[in-house]
Design a protein around this ligand. Structure first.
Ligand code: HEM
Length: 514
């Protein structure tokens, strides 16, 4: 909101220093703080000290720019002949801060990978994220409530729910974000753009609460359901946002080691149903889902069933270090009767169903974690540039520049690797992807989550106490430091994925000797 059109001279502002009239200037705007003094969260005395003065540096040393838009009604005009210097970003804007955007979005840099439609989609998703998703994310993260049906409906109408599964036939004919990209043209670079843009609210619990379950679970139905009409029914219900679906594989008994699952499914004597018994743990979105894509033991091997919420299915929230908005659940199945038609893929060949989406799931997590790291780099660059300590900006200290250099290098190198792998995904048929990319994607995710560890650590050191505080200037640093580990565990632990990468590399090792 622009300040009122009235103008004042600096001389006039200097006359308002009493309890009856206390003004100050921040970035050429004049604020009347008389009534606000008592309510100021930072106390009265600090405002009295800057009465009548230009408080721009003092303000930015202690507050985020967004505070000014929250209190815009305190502005009474501007200083005659002066214009604001601080940039107020508009929805969809690219950040002008160095390294705040990937190189393909940086002026003068070229990329062989991104076309006009990727740029269009980037802009459209960023606007949607800022206008629709971010306000919801902030509220859900603060209150712990689950995503609202209203926001789910808006995402469905904009084609975002379809988009979250990556490229494929399910996108054909879907109007995405008012024609930003055609479903038929949507490739893994569009997918990358959407994944990275949708992380921008930087609310990690909500990010998973925002339909992560369907992203990793619905593909099993699309690719392995046998009955076409049944598949279409489930897909329509989920893509329209009317029903929620999640993937339920991990158990207290087995995390990354899926072969150790203990939930059982036994066929009834008439062969028409399975009776499912067991438990599932850490199931993202489980608390509010209607459908569960469940890994079960059928005899000695694994199978995958779609189980509908009903008698015998119970979900309880699990408290994790991110917000309850993710809907993380402990699930119990007690004598749940499931029609045999709900089998996905072949009986006892469920491992193929489970593995089939791992590459995409891990790649999605890699995209998201890296986008969050870049956001943290931007926060650190801005903070180091505006924070004055020992009479200098933080960035004037070599030790801080070293930390920033390390953080930038980690993000840029991982983004370059991510784009190279994405290019392979665009150019390899599914079978080749499964054969050649599981190892590289495992190594990529490991590298990115290791980078997150370094970046979380260095950023807290740069921000000091504010990096440990849940409100105020360093709130994103605190949040990132508390939640970055999710990406190092979910979808396969860092160590397991690194090991997968090396094992795949040595599988067909040539007779090459030293
Ligand atoms: C338009 C003017 C101002 C508004 C609307 C405002 C608002 C706020 C708000 C909302 C907070 C809570 C923390 C946050 O959300 O960032 C805060 C904290 C604070 N403010 Fe202000 N403020 C203003 C000007 C100033 C000025 C000029 C100073 C100092 C000279 C100041 C000193 C402080 C201090 C010391 C804190 C506590 C910071 C911390 O806990 O780290 N404020 N202010």
């Amino acid at each position: 909101m622009a300040p009122p059109a009235k103008t004042f001279t600096r001389e006039e502002v200097r006359n308002h220093t009493s309890d009856d009239s206390l003004w100050c200037i921040i970035d050429s705007t004049v604020y009347d703080l008389t009534e606000f003094v008592d309510a100021h969260p930072g106390g009265e005395s600090v405002l009295k000290q800057i009465a009548g003065q230009d408080a721009t540096s003092a303000f930015y040393n202690l507050h985020r720019h967004e505070v000014l838009s929250r209190y815009a009604d305190l502005a009474i005009g501007t200083v005659q002949g002066e214009k604001p210097e601080v940039i107020t970003p508009q929805p969809g804007d690219l950040s002008p801060v160095p390294y705040a955007e990937p190189l393909w979005l940086t002026p003068h840099f070229k990329s062989p990978y991104f076309k006009e439609s990727h740029h269009k989609l980037r802009h459209a998703v960023r606007v949607f994220t800022e206008e629709v998703i971010k306000p919801e994310a902030l509220e859900c993260e603060a209150t712990g409530r689950y995503i609202s049906q209203e926001v789910i409906d808006k995402m469905s109408q904009a084609g975002i729910l379809h988009m979250r599964l990556g490229p494929g036939k399910h996108l054909h004919g879907v109007n995405m974000l008012n024609g930003a990209v055609k479903g038929e043209e949507f490739d893994y670079f569009h997918d990358l753009v959407a994944c990275q843009e949708m992380c921008r609210p930087m609310m990690r619990g909500f990010q998973d609460g925002n339909m992560a379950g369907m992203t990793i679970g619905l593909t099993a139905v699309l690719n392995f359901a046998k009955d076409q009409a049944w598949k279409t029914k489930i897909a329509n219900e989920v893509f329209s946002g009317k029903k929620k679906l999640c993937l339920a594989i991990t158990e207290a008994f087995a995390g990354s080691d899926v072969a150790g699952l203990r939930t059982t499914a036994e066929k009834t004597p008439d062969g028409k149903h399975y009776i499912v018994n067991g438990t599932k743990k850490w199931i993202t979105n489980g608390v509010f889902c209607d459908y569960f894509v469940v890994g079960v033991r059928t005899g000695k091997a694994l199978s995958v069933l779609l189980i509908e919420r009903g008698p015998g299915v119970e979900t309880k929230p699990i408290k994790t270090s991110y917000s309850p908005a993710a809907g993380t659940a402990y699930i119990t199945f007690d004598n749940v009767k499931v029609p045999v038609e709900n089998l996905l893929g072949e009986e006892n060949k469920g491992i193929h169903v489970i593995l089939s989406n791992f590459n995409h799931e891990r790649w999605v997590m890699a995209c998201g974690s890296l986008a969050a790291q870049r956001f943290i780099v931007e926060e650190c660059l801005k903070w180091s540039n505006q924070r004055i300590v020992f009479g200098k900006r933080l960035i004037d200290q070599p030790v801080i520049r070293q930390k920033l250099a390390k953080m930038i290098a980690l993000v840029e190198s991982n983004q370059a690797w991510l784009e190279t792998i994405t290019y392979q995904m665009c150019n390899m048929p599914y079978k080749q992807q499964a054969q050649h990319l599981a190892g590289p994607i495992g190594l990529l995710k490991m590298s990115i989550t290791r980078g997150a560890h370094e970046i979380a650590d260095e950023s807290v050191q740069i921000w000091g106490g504010r990096g440990l505080t849940q409100s105020g200037m360093g709130k994103y640093i605190e949040h990132f430091n508390r939640t970055y580990k999710f990406d190092a565990i979910l979808g396969g632990a860092e160590e397991i994925l690194g090991d997968l990468g090396v094992r795949q590399a040595v599988k067909n090792f040539p007779k090459a000797m030293l």
